[in-house]
Design a protein around this ligand. Structure first.
Ligand SMILES: [Zn+2]
Length: 648
């Protein structure tokens, strides 16, 4: 009798260890068998999905994303919103993409395929079939699971909006029926829009991929099995826990490189897998070095990279529409064989997309509704990482004597802003694709860099670590970020986030009129003794012969408010630093001195990166060549002068 009890206890112990070892709550468990059909440019799959109802209410229907249906015809929401384009690439109208559900069954109920209904929760567009709903024969009770069997056929578009084929290159993303998130008491399952990315629950993926044997395959997670079949195909099984999506790629022209990455403090032990198209082999080291930079930077800044693999996919030439996209433990880069070394595009994209493993992958916010929590925080991280590895003033370009930093480029984006949208908004409700991009990426990145300059790098770094540690795998919202920022800094930051997250308005402070005028000997009748005394004092301290009235006016030209420092320099080397709460529309400072003022500068160190015009931040009494200090800042200033000639 004892033995079985011990075995049972041991079994329970192992189970509890397994449960406590997982980093996330496993809401979903996908087992998918999928076959690549290269001739048809399609994949055929069988999916067994177990879904846990972790809410406190019975759930009577399930909702699923069928993302590829966005490319099914020219009336879908995605195609209408983007005019058939995505990030400059056009959808090939000869190659529509779609997902066809061939069977949908729930446990004992053999077939519910006819119960499938397409719904359009965001815009009611009846042609859009990117969300389906299935009413269940009986509800799933709280803490119970339901297991579904779904057979599907996914026809891939010619590479467009992250996924598809180009010749024999396949990027298989958003390719399977994917359950929405039951969140805050209802289904959160938005349609696929031209501006939206994704939102999903964590769990376990085990995917069996069968391809013709000449294809090289990369996929989310660790390869646990590889078999040669006797029909000229091979099967690869990949497994990963604690992720919320699964993507894969296949191409006979990939060359695979595997290299371990290990570091201490924090402890990271992972395998870098580079699948590089043979046309780009000359950039192998650029990719690998940038990937190392990314793993090191994010691990040191936010927390150790925890997965056992990271796969970097280099899309085929002409398939760049699939480039620069993130999936858990796998992402796509971007390069061209001719790309000069000093243009750090490949490096920047690699670091950026790797970084998504943190904000998109592990933190897992709702990108449909609060995209900045991923793209904005990631842009902030990318600007810092590229500055660290490639130089502060040349982190994007250091070529033929020309240097441009990532920061300058981010500012250039925002300067062109039409100020029609705030940072925080449902992604599909922005005025335009451009407005979505500049707000959720660049402006949100600059907002966090401005916050960092305001609070100090140490405090900001603690905020970011705390936010990542506390909220990873938990779908935080903007309010959760704000709460961490306030808790760690010990400051009320609602004034900051209220303005910069929620208002489309502009921040711009400028030096207005400045002047120095000699004060004439008093003549006439004076009642104001204070002014007389001030003039006398000035006389005693300096040259007895001349006194100047120096006037500096600082202007708030934008609607938004930020506390300011103003540096006033005088001829004899005296410097005065004023602090202003920045609330009024203008502020005047007057100084009586035996010498003239030389210059005035608002935000003299250019710390307020959201200030949309640096060219008006300083004035010289007698204009001459301006010295702004740091190289990066001088460059930013000059670059902005050039940019101001163009209208964005
Ligand atoms: Zn991104």
């Amino acid at each position: 009798m004892k033995k079985p009890i011990i075995s049972a206890l041991l079994f329970l112990f192992v189970l509890s260890q397994l449960a406590s070892a997982s980093m996330s709550e496993h809401i979903v468990s996908y087992k998918i068998k999928v076959k690549l059909l290269p001739e048809e440019k399609a994949v055929a799959g069988q999916e067994v999905l177990t879904w846990l109802n972790n809410s406190d209410q019975p759930v009577g229907e399930l909702q699923f994303h069928l993302y590829l249906n966005a490319f099914k015809n020219n009336k879908t929401t995605f195609i209408t919103e983007g005019g058939g384009e995505h990030r400059g690439y056009k959808l090939d109208k000869k190659n529509w993409g779609y997902i066809k559900i061939e069977k949908f069954a729930v446990q004992e109920v053999p077939d519910l395929t006819d119960a499938i209904e397409y719904i359009q929760p965001d815009d009611g567009n009846e042609y859009d079939q990117t969300v389906m709903r299935v009413k269940l024969p009986k509800p799933v009770l709280p803490q119970e699971t339901v297991t579904l069997e779904i057979d599907f056929y996914s026809k891939l578009p010619k590479v467009f909006a992250r996924s598809g084929f180009y010749s024999d290159f396949f990027m298989v993303g958003q390719w399977f029926p994917k359950i929405g998130v039951f969140w805050k008491g209802e289904w959160n399952c938005h349609q696929y829009h031209v501006n939206t990315e994704f939102f999903a629950d964590y769990g376990v993926y085990e995917v069996e991929i069968t391809v013709p044997e000449e294809y090289v395959v990369g996929a989310t997670g660790k390869r646990i099995k590889e078999t040669s079949n006797n029909d000229g195909t091979k099967t690869y099984i990949h497994y990963q826990e604690d992720v919320h999506d699964f993507a894969w790629t296949a191409c006979p022209d990939f060359v695979e490189f595997r290299e371990p990455f290990r570091m201490e403090n924090p402890h990271v032990d992972t395998e870098m897998i580079l699948l590089i198209h043979r046309m780009h082999l000359n950039h192998k080291e650029r990719y690998l070095n940038a990937l190392k930079n990314g793993i090191e930077f994010y691990s040191q800044s936010y927390g150790a990279y925890p997965y056992s693999t990271i796969t970097l996919v280099d899309p085929a030439p002409k398939a760049t529409g699939a480039g620069g996209m993130e999936y858990p433990t796998l992402f796509t880069g971007m390069t061209m064989w001719w790309l000069p070394k000093g243009i750090y595009m490949t490096e920047m994209v690699t670091i950026h997309e790797f970084g998504h493993n943190y904000w998109y992958g592990m933190v897992g916010s709702n990108e449909f509704e609060e995209a900045w929590l991923d793209e904005g925080i990631n842009t902030y991280s990318e600007v810092k990482a590229t500055a660290k590895y490639f130089g502060e003033d040349q982190s994007m370009l250091n070529c033929a004597g020309l240097k441009i930093s990532d920061l300058v480029l981010q500012r250039a984006q925002v300067m062109g802003s039409s100020q029609l949208d705030p940072i925080l908004k449902n992604s599909w409700e922005y005025y335009s694709i451009g407005s979505y991009g500049l707000n959720t990426y660049s402006k949100a990145g600059l907002m966090l860099l401005t916050l960092e300059n305001y609070l100090g790098e140490d405090v900001m770094s603690k905020i970011m670590r705390t936010y990542f540690e506390r909220w990873k795998f938990k779908h935080p919202t903007s309010e959760d970020f704000l709460a961490v920022a306030e808790e760690v800094s010990g400051q009320d930051l609602s004034w900051f986030f209220d303005q910069f997250l929620n208002s489309p308005d502009r921040l711009d402070y400028a030096i207005g009129r400045i002047k120095s005028e000699e004060v004439k000997e008093p003549k006439g009748i004076f009642d104001d003794q204070a002014q007389e005394q001030e003039m006398e004092k000035g006389k005693e301290e300096g040259d007895k012969e001349k006194i100047y009235r120096n006037e500096v006016n600082v202007l708030r030209k934008g609607e938004l408010i930020f506390p300011q420092e103003i540096l006033i320099r005088f001829k004899e080397g005296e410097e005065v630093m004023e602090k202003w709460d920045g609330r009024e529309r203008w502020k005047r400072y007057v100084y009586y001195r035996p010498y003239k003022l030389e210059s005035a500068q608002v935000d003299p160190e250019y710390r307020i990166l959201l200030d949309m015009n640096f060219t008006n931040n300083s004035k010289l009494l007698k204009p001459k060549k301006l010295s702004v200090g740091k190289h990066a800042l001088r460059l930013m200033f000059q670059f902005q002068n050039i940019l101001s000639l163009f209208s964005f």
